[in-house]
Design a binder for this molecule. Structure first.
Ligand code: HPA
Ligand code: ZN
Length: 326
């Protein structure tokens, strides 16, 4: 794609991104060298070749392995800057990043280390790239609920930097309702709520996230198409869905992009946004996700503008910034 094409120039807002999922193999190897960490890959090409996933869990295994090279605040700064520069170059103007503190605490990396690096990178992004950012404190749903509560308490000093809490990692068998108390506490602390639901899990998890966690956005939500009443509710309530098309293909949520339920979701009146999830692992950033969908579904430029606009309206950003992007 040219640097000056319509989809690159279209101002894009990313609402569903895991910052640890932006770690490209090149930087992974550079940080492994810097920190003396052993990787189970011979080289960058071997790492990319290993990214051949059969489901969410097979991805999560390599996602948690990859982040083992992130040790110092400088590592987290470099991780985020590397991504912010790529994102800005493809026309991304605002990024909301999920952060997985539990994945770092479990390796002996403190929350201070993580936050210092991500906050300094966010400042550079704003000052040098005109890229605004927000952070989402994500809980690992396959870990004990008590750990999530502990992380939320520990995040006290950093709370002003978070816009919301989120819920990620292995979905099946880990329903949203387990985290009711954690999310209620987050609400009391003034944080918005989002949750992954209906990626691999059933439509009932989407209902639970809405009813028990009081979320304003559903991350993924693609299995909503299996439940007509749920579709109607999502449409009536204007619930924002952060859909990640290339992620869904790579994690075999769908066989081919052409079979993705996105067109049906749009026909059902849902408030859809397009996002990249873990671009270093799923073979493409925001522009690639937009381009792949436009090609697969034959969408007009007007539809692409509508999708980008939905994300601007749903973002955790100042009204002045939103006005500037409208
Ligand atoms: N789903 C659940 N957890 C995740 C994902 C995802 O797509 N990416 C990173 N953590
Ligand atoms: Zn995700």
């Amino acid at each position: 794609a040219g640097v000056d094409d319509f989809l690159t120039r279209l101002p894009k807002v990313e609402l569903h991104l895991h910052i640890e999922g932006t770690l490209e193999p090149e930087l992974m190897f550079a940080l492994a060298e810097r920190n003396g960490v052993e990787l189970p890959y011979a080289d960058v090409e071997a790492a990319r070749a290993a990214y051949d996933f059969s489901d969410l869990q097979s991805f999560l295994d390599l996602y948690f392995l990859g982040m083992s090279v992130l040790i110092t605040a400088r590592d987290f700064h470099d991780l985020a800057m590397d991504y912010f520069r790529r994102a800005a170059a493809e026309g991304v103007v605002h990024v909301e990043m999920h952060v997985d503190p539990q994945a770092h605490l479990a390796r002996g990396v403190s929350l201070d280390t993580v936050m210092q690096g991500l906050i300094s990178a966010s400042r550079v992004a704003r000052d040098e790239l005109d890229l605004s950012t927000a952070m989402i404190l994500a809980f690992l749903r396959d870990q004990p609920v008590e750990d999530a509560l502990k992380v939320l308490e520990q995040a006290g000093p950093w709370l002003e930097h978070f816009s919301a809490v989120g819920l990620d990692s292995a979905e099946q068998g880990n329903p949203p309702s387990l985290f009711r108390e954690v999310f209620a506490r987050a609400g009391q602390l003034g944080l918005a709520r989002v949750a992954h639901a209906g990626e691999e899990g059933p439509p009932s998890y989407i209902r639970e996230a809405l009813d028990e966690l009081d979320v304003c956005r559903i991350d993924h939500g693609v299995r909503a198409v299996e439940d007509v009443e749920l579709l109607e509710r999502l449409s009536d309530e204007g619930v924002v869905l952060t859909v990640c098309p290339l992620s869904n293909v790579r994690l075999k949520v769908v066989d081919h992009l052409e079979q993705h339920s996105l067109p049906r979701m749009i026909d059902a009146g849902l408030n859809i946004t397009l996002n990249s999830d873990d671009p270093a692992y799923f073979g493409g950033g925001m522009r690639d996700n937009f381009a792949a969908c436009q090609r697969a579904f034959g969408w007009s430029d007007e539809t692409m503008r509508w999708l980008a606009s939905n994300a601007i309206e749903a973002a955790f950003m100042d009204e002045s910034r939103r006005d500037a992007l409208r």
